[in-house]
Ligand binder design. Structure first.
Ligand code: 4AD
Length: 462
């Protein structure tokens, strides 16, 4: 374990193996969660961000500068040295008898986290301090565990981690939800992109898929894990303008292969956090989502349901429920429809395949029934669409004609269509929205609470 002079011990590590530390001197650095003064001593609950559990520190009145310590405030940063002992009080197992300590700076009257209970809405306005709270700290620790497990899963299964460009000249999804990247000033007249920095019009990437395909068609199995950007004007609890996506891409694979991969990957993530983040999940279950742990366990162990879009439409038409948006073959499934399928009908994740060709992007492989494409969405309870993926169109002529049909100029995508000229093979992949996965794993209901500094229309303050 790395030991720096400033941070000798973490509360997480101490509670994991208390026998190693009991009756020994330890050093803790952290932030004061609460202070309670008795006649002869001060009890301080200290959090160092490493775990859900706070450590109780006992400041005895015999301590030098006791008066100074007795005045410490919630939020104040503190370094303390002392001996770890079994706690006398009933609530906690262990406590530190402080021998010496140092307080850092002051907590001014306008410190935003004075009150114990603060709403998630309020915390969004003070995103620069919210990592100090139990809820947000727990969310970000689960986020870390999911990111780490992602790399572990793909690495163990023979995938190479690939980095695709953030600045790109192509609109992968063809949906026009692009942020432009330019060094030219549009205030100075019409912009001639041939004179721009890259000599072509460029954007922030909405997906790394197209480049991911190029890499898979040389390396076999790759995955990306990077930021993606969409300028859609969505103010929902499931959309961000900047979000992280994991995109595996597999050569010599079809839709069924990646549907199975999606299930294995999600189940691996859930199994990992059920093992490694049990305290955090128990906290979310207590405060945010009833039965979270048993639901996640069930999903981690049960094969996912798989239905076609046509079957999904049938279920929705026959269910007798009144939806705001009409259900009809050929129309996109709205989130209320997706939620009905996952939350009410199946009560579990469901993979919906073979969507109408007209609804889906140019790169998806046309099915034997040409009205549909070999596409899939993985829908999960409470969140809706977690994954979008497909088998890719590997036939040069079909791809070019679909591009034209969707208003794209094949000449702008020559390198991409070339991949179909150079001994084309079936290949497939998908994109998992990382924040939606964090929402699903934690039971948090707003995507703005699962990314440290959310970007959405009208907001980029932090
Ligand atoms: O379904 P999408 O648009 O798929 C693609 O971008 C493909 N190129 C992926 C691929 O096949 N390699 O997006 C994939 C996932 C969605 O299922 C959703 O979870 C998430 O990305 N997502 C968003 N998450 C947060 N905010 C947004 N605005 C999102 N848009 C999509």
């Amino acid at each position: 374990m790395l030991q720096t002079s400033q941070s000798k011990n973490s509360i997480k590590e101490i509670f994991a193996t208390p026998e190693k530390y009991e009756q020994k001197e330890i050093i803790l650095n952290g932030w004061v969660k609460s202070v309670r003064n008795s006649k002869t001593c001060s009890f301080v609950m200290l959090s160092d961000g490493s775990t859900m559990t706070d450590m109780q520190l006992v400041f005895d009145q015999s301590l030098a500068q006791y008066e100074h310590f007795a005045k410490m405030l919630t939020g104040q940063a503190l370094s303390a040295t002392g001996v770890l002992v079994k706690s006398q009080g009933g609530k906690q197992q262990l406590e530190m008898q402080v021998a010496s300590a140092k307080l850092y700076g002051e907590i001014p009257a306008d410190y935003p986290l004075q009150k114990k209970a603060t709403s998630l809405e309020f915390l969004r306005d003070v995103a620069h301090v919210r990592a100090k709270t139990n809820t947000i700290g727990a969310v970000f620790r689960v986020r870390h565990a999911l990111a780490f497990a992602t790399h572990e899963f793909f690495h163990k299964n023979g995938y190479y981690y690939a980095n695709t460009p953030i600045i790109t000249s192509s609109d992968c999804e063809g949906a026009g939800e692009l942020f432009c990247v330019s060094t030219l000033d549009p205030k100075k007249g019409p912009v001639d992109y041939s004179k721009d920095y890259f000599g072509v019009q460029t954007y922030l990437a909405v997906s790394g898929q197209l480049e991911g395909e190029a890499l898979a068609l040389g390396m076999g199995k790759v995955y990306t894990f990077g930021p993606t950007f969409r300028s859609e004007n969505s103010h929902t609890a499931r959309h961000l303008s900047e979000f992280w996506m994991i995109e595996p891409e597999v050569a010599f694979a079809d839709l069924d292969d990646v549907a199975l991969l999606a299930q294995d990957y999600i189940q691996y993530l859930l199994t990992t956090i059920l093992r490694d983040c049990a305290q955090e999940l128990a906290f979310f279950e207590q405060h945010y989502q009833k039965d979270l742990v048993s639901k996640l366990k069930h999903v981690a162990e049960t094969p996912f349901k798989k239905i076609t879009y046509t079957e999904a439409v049938d279920i929705l038409l026959k269910c007798g429920k009144k939806f705001e948006y009409k259900v009809a073959w050929g129309s996109d499934l709205q989130s209320e429809h997706e939620r009905y399928l996952t939350d009410e009908h199946f009560k579990s994740p469901v993979i919906v395949t073979h969507y109408p060709e007209e609804l889906k992007s140019f790169y998806m492989k046309v099915s034997p029934d040409p009205k549909t494409v070999n596409a899939m969405d993985v829908l999960v309870p409470g969140v809706g669409e977690l994954i979008g993926g497909s088998q890719r169109e590997d036939d040069y002529e079909v791809l070019v004609s679909r591009m034209k049909k969707k208003g794209l100029n094949p000449a702008d995508y020559e390198w991409y269509t070339d991949l179909r000229r150079f001994s084309s093979v079936p290949h497939a992949g998908f994109g998992l929205g990382f924040e939606r996965m964090v929402m699903y794993a934690t039971g948090m209901s707003n995507i703005r609470d699962v990314i440290p500094f959310p970007r959405f229309p009208g907001s980029a303050k932090f």
